[in-house]
Write a protein that binds this ligand. Structure first.
Ligand code: BGC
Length: 460
């Protein structure tokens, strides 16, 4: 092959990979949309349906029940029917969920719609990073998975603006009657875009080879890697499948047990340190400090902006300083800011900007650490063949922990009070720090096989 042809091949591959990653990133965008939309709507829905504290928790966390189910089934469904078909189904479920949560006349109908949409999000949150990892050339894999988190925070940030725009469109009475419906309904647009674009991306070549359809995978690998590397890649993938059994039992064997502890442990810690108490309820927290509806929504946008900026910083740092340093610095700084926020509520010093500043420090610390790093580690800590099922287990644990936090946050605020609630998140951040320090291996710059042998040598 001449240099010119080779270069052209490289260009084709980069254009192709970029396009495909952008489609997968849209899955992250939907994830972000659904994370943020409820924060703008919840205050109005509370008045519309006259909700008590437990029902407010349920209005927020019903989506997550769907997410747990979606994440749980994503591994098995994705292995059986292929990544692409299952992602298309997820997009349809997301669209149905968006329409359904915009038009309900009863609170129960809203809950059912959120659960349906949640199944879609549970699937995309697990399969999009997996699909990216499987389609990407090895050296772009880490970046592409972190890109997914970038899309998530972009979705959160944009949605805060949409919430503000819609809430500002009418008066309070209109917001309570109609505003929240438009907020949820807006999700149809990114959902449709995702659905249409999915028809233009190929099936995962790794999945095709696993199904014995190597011939179908070759044209896709050709587009990604160019002629010579593609044939080599088919052989490597076949070889890696031949070496691993891929059973769930393998996951509980001594070598992989530690991977499971790290993956599931980090997934749970990412949630019990409280990020979604802030993401889902930020305007309500700011109202507790005395801010009006509009000021609370503007402060929430600031939260989204900081989350966005510090995620970019994390993507830049993750392959330079490593996963472990980011996790330790981030969790330490989260612990300190949570201690201060708790103290501010405890002593009644909540007016002024103190609480706002430390919530921003907390979000920034999460965004450079647990936010992207946990998803990256979850995608790289398990070997090829078991990755689908194992990532689904970790993802399910993450959503289950998210459910518990978002369901208990409003009643805890009402009974134990904000000080104790934020201190509990602070204690969890301290645990995250020690867990990372003692148990999490540094995976920066290592191939998947090196990570595997690293874990094997530390199993005792
Ligand atoms: C978490 C989400 C969270 C988001 C905030 C993600 O990594 O999994 O639960 O809402 O970060 O940016």
């Amino acid at each position: 092959m001449s240099i010119k042809e080779h270069n052209e091949g490289q260009q084709v591959s980069m254009r192709f990979v970029t396009l495909v990653s952008m489609v997968a990133a849209l899955g992250g965008l939907l994830f972000g949309f659904d994370t943020a939309v409820v924060s703008g709507a919840i205050g109005f829905m509370k008045d519309h349906f006259s909700l008590n504290e437990v029902e407010v928790g349920w209005a927020v966390s019903s989506l997550i029940i769907g997410c747990i189910a979606g994440a749980a089934s994503s591994g098995v469904l994705g292995d059986r029917f292929g990544r692409k078909k299952v992602l298309i189904t997820a997009a349809i479920l997301f669209i149905i969920g968006s329409i359904g949560s915009a038009i309900p006349t009863t609170f129960s109908a809203y809950i059912i719609a959120r659960i349906i949409g949640g199944i879609g999000i549970g699937i995309t949150s697990t399969l999009c990073p997996l699909y990216n990892a499987e389609i990407a050339p090895a050296k772009y894999r880490g970046r592409l998975v972190a890109l997914n988190q970038f899309a998530t925070v972009t979705g959160i940030f944009l949605t805060y603006f949409i919430n503000l725009g819609i809430a500002g469109y009418g008066n309070d009475a209109w917001d309570i009657a109609m505003g929240w419906r438009y907020m949820f309904g807006f999700g149809v647009l990114p959902g449709l875009l995702f659905l249409v674009l999915l028809f233009f991306v190929p099936e995962s070549p790794r999945w095709l080879i696993k199904q014995g359809k190597a011939a179908e995978s070759l044209p896709i690998l050709l587009k990604i890697h160019g002629e010579e590397l593609a044939k080599q890649e088919v052989m490597d993938i076949k070889k890696s499948f031949a070496q691993e059994s891929g059973s769930i039992r393998q996951l509980f064997g001594p070598t992989l047990r530690i991977a499971l502890i790290v993956g599931v442990g980090l997934a749970i810690l990412q949630q019990v340190t409280g990020i979604n108490a802030v993401m889902y309820y930020a305007p309500e927290i700011f109202k507790e400090t005395g801010a009006g509806t509009n000021a609370a929504l503007i402060q929430t946008i600031l939260v989204g902006f900081i989350n966005f900026v510090f995620t970019i910083l994390a993507i830049w740092l993750i392959d330079k300083v490593g996963r472990k340093v980011l996790l330790m610095v981030g969790s330490a700084s989260m612990a300190v800011s949570l201690a201060v926020i708790g103290a501010a509520f405890y002593t009644g010093h909540t007016s002024g900007v103190l609480v706002l500043i430390f919530i921003l420090v907390y979000v920034a610390s999460f965004a450079i650490s647990l936010g992207p790093v946990v998803w990256v580690i979850m995608s790289e800590i398990f070997p090829n063949r078991i990755r689908g099922k194992a990532t689904a287990i970790a993802s399910m644990a993450l959503w289950a922990a998210d459910y518990i936090v978002s369901q208990t946050f409003p009643p805890m605020l009402a009974s134990a009070g904000p000080a104790v609630t934020f201190w509990i998140f602070g204690v969890m951040s301290v645990i995250t720090f020690f867990f990372t320090w003692r148990i999490v291996p540094e995976t920066k710059g290592k191939s998947l096989e090196e990570i595997e042998s690293l874990l094997a040598s530390s199993k005792g």
